[in-house]
Design a binder for this molecule. Structure first.
Ligand code: GDP
Length: 295
């Protein structure tokens, strides 16, 4: 996870090692390498530039060069900034509804169905909830089938209406079914497309308006870097979603999406997916991720 970025940052800080006395020039050179590492990670140019500007200002403010271990202090400043870039504090999930309705949005292939199952499993096993999974993809019977496979594997009921071509109605009926049968969380998996298009946006907006979810989550493949950020922006403009789910972090060596998305949409990353299995889900802790990146 983020191995390329970790390697490059490690090399950047190497500039400070092996110097008897650290100078302003060494620090500037290091920060330039930090910026290059962020750009290589597919972080957007302005975010990378602002990042190093802020670290530099703090380094000057704290008089880094006069401290006992300027190299270590600089690493700490970078770590703090990385934490902030990824959202600062951990963001919880709102489970206050009765039932709590969670709407999943995102492109096809982003990992929405897999994550719906992981979230249901997490809520069932870690939060003592009784979740219901809802198949709202009216275009691909295989997607409905996939949700049944996922539901079966974790022992969670799946609601679907294969003959109904109205996703708003399916979602509303599912909530009624949940209320009548003691489910306290309803996770609505929706249809994605391969790219953002008006029909998909219109459909998810209608479902969103009709069911008024407590949590609208946007699921995105972290390996798609800046594309992930642009897609997040398009969905957020329509849905004003509550949080981001970054999937496939296990295969992401660069980290650009994780580092850019919060700044662009101003919404927290709530969970990450780290594998194909149902237990490969983690709450996203910005500080732990920053520590991990800096090794
Ligand atoms: P959807 O079209 O958005 O519902 O996406 P799927 O849930 O079908 O996922 C697409 C593919 O990505 C599947 O092969 C999943 O097994 C895989 N996948 C989903 N999440 C992860 C993850 O966190 N890590 C890895 N390695 N694969 C994942």
């Amino acid at each position: 996870m983020f191995d390329n970025l970790s390697d490059k940052l490690d090399k950047a800080f190497h500039i400070l090692k092996g110097h008897g006395k650290i100078t302003e020039v060494n620090v500037a050179e290091t920060l330039k390498e930090v910026r290059r590492a962020l750009l290589d990670a597919d972080v957007n140019f302005k975010i990378a530039k602002d990042f190093t500007t802020r670290v530099k200002e703090k380094a000057i403010g704290q008089d880094v060069l006069t401290t006992l271990q300027p190299g270590q202090l600089l690493v700490k400043l970078v770590k703090d900034e990385l934490t902030e870039l990824m959202g600062g504090d951990v963001a919880g999930i709102n489970l206050s509804g009765n039932p709590t309705v969670i709407l999943m949005s995102g492109l096809q292939g982003s990992g929405k169905t897999t994550f719906s199952g992981k979230l249901a499993n997490y809520l069932l096993t870690k939060k003592n909830k009784k979740p219901l999974l809802v198949a709202c993809d009216i275009y691909r019977p295989a997607a409905i089938q996939q949700l049944y496979v996922v539901g079966d594997s974790i022992g969670v009921e799946v609601y679907s209406e294969p003959e109904n071509k109205n996703p708003v109605e399916i979602a509303q009926n599912a909530i009624k079914h949940a209320k009548a049968n003691g489910f306290n969380v309803v996770i609505v998996d929706t249809a994605g497309r391969l790219a953002v298009d008006a029909a998909m946006m219109d459909e998810i907006a209608r479902v969103h308006k009709a069911i008024q979810p407590q949590e609208t989550l946007f699921v995105v493949d972290s390996m798609t870097g800046q594309d992930a950020v642009n897609t997040a922006k398009a969905f957020n403009d329509i849905l004003n979603f509550d949080g981001v789910i970054l999937t496939k972090l296990d295969g992401d060596t660069r980290g650009g999406a994780a580092l850019s998305i919060k700044t662009v949409v101003n919404k927290p990353i709530k969970f990450v997916g780290t594998g194909e299995k149902m237990d490969a889900i983690d709450v996203f802790y910005p500080v732990r991720m920053a520590e991990r990146i800096l090794g």
